[in-house]
Design a protein around this ligand. Structure first.
Ligand code: DC
Length: 219
């Protein structure tokens, strides 16, 4: 099996780029952020807060991924939550639960199993460093903070969410800091990752750039 790991901060374009490339290459696209988001959503819905309470609630959480026409659907305790996990509130909670070691362990096998059984493009924060250290290609995708906030802001507006640019900017800033400063599996490029900065590229250009990097590496 072949694995492509794409890591990077929020709003760098990982999911849009990875999804487009997975279609082109007929790989399964796995968005691992959705797993942390589903756990975050569970904690919000059940009003569970505090590390200890989150850890003890984990045995009631059931997260499943399904792939329909190469599109990932996520289920939380049997209920489809693919849309519900995309709010700023869930983003912040996902980042919070993702700093807990037990949460990361809880999701480890699920991610590795997918890569054992399928050719995957997997995106997240620790795919190249922790989940798939032997991935065939590792890309660290980034862009300036302002560009990332701008893209995320437009995305949320298109979904009809009531957000402000400043709110999104400060959320992303906090998530960047928290995700890269946590003790377990912090966001950082793997030593053998190829760095791609998409700040000055359009989406189409970024897709082409990343696809070229992957193809060169897989030859
Ligand atoms: O990629 P995303 O924005 O959907 O991820 C939501 C949060 O989940 C992110 O702030 C950090 C966490 N996350 C993680 O710790 N490890 C991953 N592999 C993916 C996401």
């Amino acid at each position: 099996m072949t694995a492509v790991a794409i890591d990077g901060p929020a709003g760098a374009g990982k999911s849009t780029i990875a999804r487009a490339i997975s279609r082109e290459m007929s790989f399964v696209y796995v968005d691992t952020g959705a797993l942390y988001r589903a756990i975050g959503l569970y904690m919000i819905k059940n009003r569970i807060d505090g590390d200890e309470s989150i850890v003890s609630a984990l045995n009631k959480v059931k997260v499943d991924l399904k792939f329909v026409d190469n599109e990932q659907e996520i289920f939380l305790c049997g209920e489809e939550v693919s849309g519900e996990i995309r709010t700023p509130e869930v983003s912040m909670m996902a980042s919070r639960v993702s700093a807990i070691l037990a949460v990361r362990k809880f999701l480890l096998d699920l991610q590795r199993d997918l890569a054992k059984k399928n050719n995957v493009i997997m995106d997240g924060r620790d795919i190249g460093t922790v989940i798939l250290p032997d991935a065939d290609v590792k890309i660290f995708l980034t862009a300036s903070l302002e560009k990332r906030a701008e893209r995320r802001y437009k995305e949320m507006l298109e979904k009809g969410l009531n957000v402000t640019y400043d709110g999104i900017l400060s959320d992303i800033k906090k998530r960047d800091y928290d995700d890269s400063h946590r003790k377990v599996a912090p966001l950082k490029p793997a030593a053998d990752a190829i760095l791609v900065d998409t700040s000055d590229y359009s989406l189409e250009e970024s897709i082409k750039l990343v696809l070229d990097v992957i193809r060169k590496k897989l030859i």
